[in-house]
Design a protein around this ligand. Structure first.
Ligand code: COA
Length: 374
């Protein structure tokens, strides 16, 4: 058995961002226009007037202050209310592959590894822009990596499930190195016209390079242990897919073809699931709360992270013990915990231990215990 280690990480951040204030102005203009268009139905009690959104609510309920997106013009146009992402020609690189390549290259550079030395690319994300050929194989081609590539989807937990898959292949000896890449174009599957969730998501891509520890050229995060779990729930759902049909078989454009959630239920059900998962994982590996220098958690909601941090450590986390990036990036699905890891891991000394944890739709939860090694 070989030991796997994370030797590089990379983040691609789009150059456009939207503040809560900008977002709310667009949403409220859309709501006013919708209400004017439906004035008669509203007056007759046949339709409910749309309410205004507010920056204060968004910050208080989620901790989110802004989000990066591939296109803000469409999102902020009350007559459009979605990103304008033109279809690409067959001979152009896809949007997910393009941002994924950027993140992967940064991870390779950090580790001092050439693309050709990589045996597998796993593109783990919550939505894929096409069915096949796999985005991972396109990234493989663009980077010039060897071996194979495949796409996988476990929603917000895609990154940690991908890390487990890569780590297991390295342990077993079937590959020496893998890139696990998470290009998340969440803006394209968010319903920007729904007041309850229009502020939740942003776009980003992250990547980690996982290598056989004995081949690593520099400092690394040894993957001590991984654990994944799922439990079916309809509370976070996106029905888009090739069978997006009505009961009598016709194609239809419906609200449930975009991200939907029952946020309150998610809070209630996911928090105990995640806390128990982490506690059992740590227990089985003999890791105590006092052994953990840092938690890099999924970035969906500040209140959720505060709760999990307190539950895992048995006290309110001190500054830096459980860093959040969601104020700047919003929820970036599977990429969130990896952004936190990439931005807050430089100060680890040999022997320091940390835990990456993601959770979300499925439900799904994945945790990775790492130890800094020189
Ligand atoms: N602006 C102003 N008010 C809003 C609003 C908005 N954009 N959206 C909702 N509200 C109001 C609601 O109307 C409600 O008012 P009421 O009490 O008078 O009925 C109130 O705010 C509370 O709404 P609720 O949806 O219960 O808010 P919340 O406190 O649960 O926060 C979320 C909403 C989505 C931020 C929160 O539920 C959440 O983050 N849940 C977990 C999400 C998650 O992890 N999802 C995983 C996705 S991968």
């Amino acid at each position: 058995m070989f030991e796997p280690a994370i030797t590089g990480s990379g983040v691609f951040t789009p150059d456009q961002s939207i503040s809560n204030d900008e977002l709310v102005v667009a949403f409220n203009a859309y709501a006013d226009a919708w209400n004017a268009d439906h004035a008669q139905a509203i007056a007759a009690g046949k339709a409910e007037a749309m309410q205004h959104s507010s920056s204060d609510f968004i910050k208080a309920a989620s901790g989110i202050e802004r989000r990066y997106v591939l296109d803000k013009t469409g999102v902020l146009d009350p007559a459009v209310m979605h990103p304008l992402l033109p279809a690409r020609e067959m001979d152009q690189i896809s949007a997910m592959a393009e941002m994924g390549v950027d993140a992967c290259q940064k991870a390779l550079d950090m580790a001092g590894v050439a693309a050709v030395e990589v045996d597998a690319v796993i593109c783990a994300a919550s939505n894929h822009e096409r069915a096949y050929p796999a985005i991972a194989i396109e990234i493989q081609e663009a980077l010039g990596t060897g071996g194979f590539g495949f796409d996988m989807n476990v929603a917000c937990s895609s990154a940690t499930f991908g890390i487990q898959a890569a780590a297991d292949m390295i342990r077993a000896g079937s590959i020496r190195r893998a890139l696990v890449v998470n290009p998340e174009i969440c803006s394209a599957h968010l319903e920007w016209r729904d007041r309850d969730c229009h502020f939740i998501f942003g776009d980003v891509a992250t990547a980690v390079l996982i290598e056989r520890a004995d081949l690593a050229k520099g400092p690394r995060f040894t993957i001590k242990s991984t654990r994944c779990a799922t439990q079916f729930s309809n509370n976070i759902r996106n029905n888009n897919g090739f069978l997006r049909r009505t009961r009598d078989g016709h194609m239809e454009d419906r609200r449930d073809m975009q991200f939907m959630q029952n946020g309150r239920k998610v809070f209630k059900e996911v928090l105990p699931l995640v806390s128990k998962h982490i506690a059992e994982h740590m227990d089985s590996e003999g890791v105590e709360a006092a052994d953990l220098k840092r938690l890099w958690l999924h970035q969906a909601n500040k209140t959720m992270n505060d709760y999990i941090g307190k539950k895992v450590l048995g006290r309110v986390p001190e500054d830096g013990e459980q860093p959040n990036i969601l104020q700047d990036y919003a929820n970036t699905s599977s990429a969130g915990s990896i952004i936190a890891f990439a931005q807050y891991s430089d100060d680890f000394a040999p022997g320091d231990t940390g835990l990456i944890c993601s959770f979300g739709a499925g439900y799904s939860v994945g945790s990775v215990i790492v130890e800094k090694t020189t």
